[in-house]
Structures are given as C-alpha cells and as structure tokens.
Design a binder for this molecule. Structure first.
Ligand SMILES: [Zn+2]
Length: 217
C-alpha cells in the first residue's frame, strides 16, 4: 500500500553521502544472504499483476525483464520540474544502476506495442490518497508476474526525494513492504532500506533489496 507520509527532514538527512557508500558496496559484488524475501510474489502477496487505469493500492508486478528504461514526463500537467528530474536520474543511475538491472534513460518513450518504456515518472496527485507521497501502478501487464509499463506518480512540492523515488521505483521492479515480505517484517524495519514505510527522504536500496533484485533479474 502506498501510504507513507513523508517525514520532516531530520538530522539524518545529512547522510546523503550514504548513496555513494552503498554504490561501492554493490559493485564490490558481495554475496548477501537475503534478510527477507520482499520480491513479489511472496506468500503474503500473491496477487496477480494486471493492467490498472490508475493507482488503486494494488502493487504486485515485477518489471518484464532486466533492461529497465525510464522517462520523466516533460510536458503537460504531469511534467517534472528540472530538480525533480535530476533526483530521478540520480536514483536510477546511482542506486539502481549498480544492480543487475540494466538502467537507461529513454529519451524517445514508447507508450504502445510490446516494448514500452518500463517506467514513466509523473508529478501528479491524481488517484493518490491524501496520506500518500506517491504510488506506482501497472499500465500494461505483460503477464501475471511482469509489467511492460509502469507509472510512478509522486506529488510535487518537495516530495520527489531520493527516498520516495527509490521506494516507488522499488515497487515498479517488484519490491514489497515488510508486511508482504516472507518472513514478514515490520513496515518500518530499517533493513528494508527505501522500501521501509514511512520512507525517509534519504533512504537508498540497502543490501536486502539489492539481493532480491539481483536474484530476480
Ligand atoms: Zn509503498
């Protein structure tokens, strides 16, 4: 469920340098034993990936393959401001890029056919509950497990943080909250990195999420 009011900036926010540290840890190729399986599907989130017309609280898709391309909406009411786009690019290239996913920005996004751009980032509140900073939904399910195109929708006005962008992107590749993981963990378990909810603005993937991504893709 995409319900995580973003906390006010705390002193922890000064630890943005943790992003760089995590990246180094990933490229070192350490074999992490997963703390918990929080990759859809799990015993506690069987669901079924399907196409949705907007955020409905059901988050249950992996992306359809390891080639992960993305686009930030650049025109119309859902366009991202330059600062928000730079947050997305940083998260995708520096936090997801070092995983086994092959990440690229798609400057000519595709919205139809069988090879659509995997993630479209929008700045919008349409369909979001009042307590949600953002949500992810599948626009075009490839099958019951994978989605050909997902939308990440995050509020404007400072909500496009590293943590929230990392969290919603995590959902787009199949990562779940602690209560849907197996074994179950608290939703605010720090070992869940940016998939923790509520999500702090500085959160990154951390070892457990990386382990689950790399064993999936
Ligand atoms: Zn969530």
């Amino acid at each position: 469920m995409p319900k995580f009011p973003v906390k006010r900036l705390s002193l922890k926010a000064i630890s943005l340098a943790a992003v760089t540290f995590t990246t180094v840890a990933v490229t070192a190729g350490v074999a992490w034993a997963a703390y918990t399986d929080n990759m859809y599907p799990t015993t506690y989130q069987l669901g079924s990936c399907r196409s949705e017309s907007g955020p409905d609280g059901e988050i249950s898709c992996q992306t359809d393959n390891s080639a992960l391309n993305y686009y930030t909406d650049a025109s119309g009411t859902n366009a991202l401001e330059a600062g928000d786009k730079s947050v997305v690019v940083n998260v995708l290239q520096n936090i997801y890029g070092p995983t086994d996913l092959t990440v690229s920005f798609d400057s000519t996004p595709s919205y139809s056919g069988s090879a659509e751009t995997d993630i479209i980032y929008e700045e919008s509140t349409v369909g979001l509950s009042s307590s949600a900073a953002g949500a992810t939904f599948c626009n075009n399910a490839a099958d019951t497990r994978g989605c050909d195109q997902q939308y990440v929708r995050i509020r404007g006005g400072g909500y496009y943080t590293t943590g929230v962008t990392c969290h919603e992107t995590g959902h787009a590749v199949g990562l779940l909250h602690g209560q849907q993981a197996s074994p179950r963990k608290a939703n605010n378990d720090e070992a869940l990195g940016c998939m923790e909810t509520p999500t702090d603005s500085f959160e990154v993937l951390d070892a457990n999420n990386i382990s689950n991504i790399n064993s999936t893709y």
